[in-house]
Design a protein around this ligand. Structure first.
Ligand code: ADP
Ligand code: ZN
Length: 746
């Protein structure tokens, strides 16, 4: 692959092509999905970031300019360099300085630059600009004359900022002529822009506590002058991390710096948007997959042109164009949804760290349960650790209680899944006018259906996955390919008359709680009940307005919410994710339980948490009960070190899949043999686990095997990947995915 020069930042993307410039210019264009850039000849300078249409093997293709040259970079005289006439869009699609980041991503994830750019940039439509009229600061000498001119001035005075030309039509029939006159006299200014000039209000930061101030000061130290520093802000739930972010953003904005805020889930953005806009006093650009393509394009354009300087979004927001980037915040940095689980398997948090290094600016990673990766980096002094151990104001961390279901007599269960103490606590909470969150981290009604007579379980026809029964739709669904099925009247195997539901889900818990509390107002929050942002927002709005007494939900209820009415959190089954075939199962469970517990008692009334479990001695549960993050982390780190897992070693998961059942195993066996000499050369530094069948052996009719490659450091891992990619040829019918720093183990 052609290496691209790194010093591209000198070309601003707004270099408008100058037609008078008659010299030939050469440019490298990256065309999706091709690996290497193609060189073309242009009639004038076209800056990196512009989209162009180019001739390619007898057809037309679109691509982005990535490098420019004054002389032909291709020294082979036999190669003809084709010409292009002009860029497609008269504006750039990204900032030239973003290219360095895209190139880093391309190298690190071994993905063609064209694919990185394709993932990063939304489809941009030509921007719709409007002409905005505002009163000039210095008015002209000549007085405005006539009713229409005066009426326009009045309208502009009424509008605190500015008006579109059309909105002045009310001033009179001849308003256009009058407007021209006012412009000539210097009374008004007309600017063509994407949106109205921002109505800035005064920032309203909260008064911070001493602990908050200390953390903030450390961050601010890296803003003046701006320097690259990674902070790990470890603050317990409700300690006011968001208030620290807000104060830091306000300061960065005062210094004229752009800011990027990443949150793990789209669902967290609506709550944060209004809180942030109100407090920092300016509008922010949103960037996440819940937006329509035109909304995404609009915000991208606003950020690209520097009209909006604060970008907030989920992982894909890390690619946003931001002028003079000076501060990055990654909230809930531990969350595995920062990792994209298909196509370009990037980790938004990790890219954010690289982006901060490239921009030479500070980055704050915030969490109540930091990932072990970040925690170890802080311990090693790579990151600066900032800690907040108290909740804000008079609010105290919740008290916790564990119900050991192995000892709790069956006869005392109030329903299949609700114990007596949990039921009593719910009752008491509702009676006091407070609210309850019940976490059960699996959706649906029953996780499988089984025949009592012969033990036959219903599976998806296309996946090795048992079907989940959904009562709301009276159907069965595969949670991997989304296919839905009718419930068979008899067992397909032995024709026995009835199949039984086993393994609960949120629908089942909702039903049980409904029977126990027939007069309570109960809602459910999961991916089925909140199919889009609007559903999600309205459910939470009802909780906020106290129209809901009990909210049953999946991990969606554990994240981010700051609802002072919630005083009881019940985890119906702590063990749902605990025994997954994933080396991070304990870490993920600890984080989920601590985050869920953190929703309780954020207002005046103290919070209480009940954990129901069959594994009361598990360290994830013991340490959640003791509010002991470091106890958990130290123990877990020791195990990871002994076993050579992240965060000590790097991990790559290679998944082979095919419609042919034998092919994946054969291919990965061959690969493992191929890697043997590399492993021998690096004894104690490199190991290969497998091949073995993936825990879910078949998805969408493809059989799946996987291999885990563990390397002591990132350079060695990159060497292995390079070696595999250049030496291993696989048949077309085999699909291989390389998941670098894999989070997903199924
Ligand atoms: P975290 O993000 O750490 O879970 P939040 O920033 O959401 O915590 O803070 C929890 C609650 O405490 C919020 O309602 C927030 O407005 C409030 N809060 C935090 N710090 C302050 C402060 N310094 N002054 C006033 N309210 C605060
Ligand atoms: Zn399926």
């Amino acid at each position: 692959m052609t290496t691209l020069p790194m010093s591209l930042t000198t070309n601003t993307p707004f270099d408008a092509p100058e037609l008078s410039d008659v010299n030939e210019h050469f440019l490298d264009v990256i065309i999706h999905p091709l690996e290497r850039p193609y060189t073309y000849k242009g009639p004038f300078h076209i800056a990196p970031g512009f989209q162009v249409t180019v001739p390619l093997h007898g057809r037309k293709a679109t691509g982005y300019v990535v490098t420019t040259y004054l002389e032909n970079p291709c020294k082979d005289p036999k190669v003809t360099i084709r010409s292009i006439s002009k860029p497609d869009k008269s504006e750039s699609c990204f900032l030239a300085e973003q290219l360095t980041l895209f190139q880093w991503i391309s190298k690190y994830y071994h993905t063609p630059l064209s694919e990185v750019i394709d993932t990063a940039i939304p489809t941009l439509t030509p921007p719709k600009r409007e002409r905005w009229v505002s009163l000039s600061q210095d008015t002209g000498q000549e007085q405005p004359k006539g009713g229409v001119q005066l009426a326009i001035i009045e309208l502009l005075k009424e509008a605190t900022t500015e008006c579109t030309v059309q909105s002045l039509a009310g001033a009179g029939k001849s308003y256009i002529t009058a407007l021209k006159k006012l412009l000539e006299k210097g009374y008004v200014e007309i600017n063509e822009r994407l949106m109205s000039r921002q109505l800035l209000s005064v920032p309203r930061p909260a008064q911070l506590s001493l602990e908050q101030l200390q953390a903030l000061d450390a961050i601010l130290d890296s803003l003046t002058p701006c320097k690259n520093n990674t902070f790990l802000l470890h603050g317990i739930t409700g300690s006011g991390k968001t208030e620290i972010y807000i104060n830091a953003i306000i300061k960065a904005r005062k210094l004229g710096l752009g800011c990027l805020v990443l949150v793990p889930e789209i669902s967290l953005t609506p709550q944060l948007v209004s809180r942030l806009e109100e407090k920092i006093g300016e509008r922010i650009a949103l960037m996440h997959s819940g937006l329509t393509p035109s909304e995404r394009a609009h915000y991208w354009r606003l950020a690209l042109e520097g009209e909006l300087r604060v970008v907030l979004g989920a992982r894909s927001a890390v690619f946003s164009p931001i002028h003079n980037l000076g501060l990055i915040i990654v909230d809930e940095e531990h969350d595995s949804s920062f990792k994209q689980s298909d196509s370009l398997r990037y980790n938004g948090r990790d890219i954010a760290i690289v982006r901060a290094a490239l921009a030479q600016c500070p980055i704050v990673l915030g969490s109540a349960t930091p990932s072990l990766e970040s925690y170890l980096n802080a311990k090693r002094g790579k990151y600066t650790l900032l800690e907040i151990n108290q909740r804000h104001g008079t609010s105290k961390p919740p008290s916790l209680e564990c119900i050991d279901l192995t000892k709790h007599p069956r006869s005392k269960m109030q329903s299949q899944n609700i114990s007596l103490p949990l039921k009593e606590k719910i009752e008491q909470t509702i009676q006091n006018g407070n609210q309850v969150f019940l976490l059960f981290n699996r959706r649906g009604y029953a996780s499988f259906m089984i025949c009592d007579a012969c033990g036959y379980t219903l599976f998806c026809e296309h996946c090795e996955v048992s079907l989940t029964y959904h009562e709301s739709t009276s159907s069965l669904a595969c949670h991997y390919c989304n296919k839905s099925y009718q419930i068979p009247p008899r067992c397909p195997s032995c024709s026995a008359p009835r199949l039984q539901n086993r393994g609960a889900g949120t629908e089942k818990i909702h039903e049980e709680v409904g029977k126990l509390f027939p007069t309570a107002r109960i809602e459910r929050l999961d991916r089925d009940s909140a199919k889009n942002l609007e559903d999600y927002r309205s459910i939470l709005e009802r909780v906020k307005n106290k129209e809901v007494d009990i909210l049953v939900g999946t991990q969606m209820i554990a994240k981010g919410h700051d609802l002072p009415g919630v005083t009881l959190v019940g985890v119906v089954d702590c063990d749902v994710g605990l025994h997954m075939p994933d080396f991070r199962a304990a870490e993920k469970t600890f984080a989920l339980l601590t985050q869920a517990a953190g929703r309780a008692g954020r207002g005046i009334d103290p919070g209480h948490v009940i954990l129901q479990t069959r594994s009361p001695d598990h360290l994830s549960i013991v340490n959640t009960l003791k509010h002991n993050y470091s106890g958990f982390a130290e123990n877990e780190l020791k195990d990871r070190k002994d076993l050579g897992y992240p965060p000590y070693w790097r991990l790559m998961r290679i998944v082979a899949s095919s419609e042919n059942e034998e092919l994946p195993e054969q291919a990965l066996t061959l690969l493992t043999l191929n890697l043997a000499s590399l492993v021998d050369e690096n004894i104690g530094k490199l190991s290969v686990l497998g091949p073995s069948p993936a825990p879910i052996m078949r998805i969408k009719d493809r059989w799946r095997w996987h291999l885990l490659v563990k390397a002591e450091n990132v350079t060695l891992m990159q060497r292995v990947l390079y070696y595999i990619k250049s030496n291993w040829k696989t048949p077309k019918s085999l699909r291989i995915t390389y998941d670098i720093d894999a989070q997903e183990m199924l």
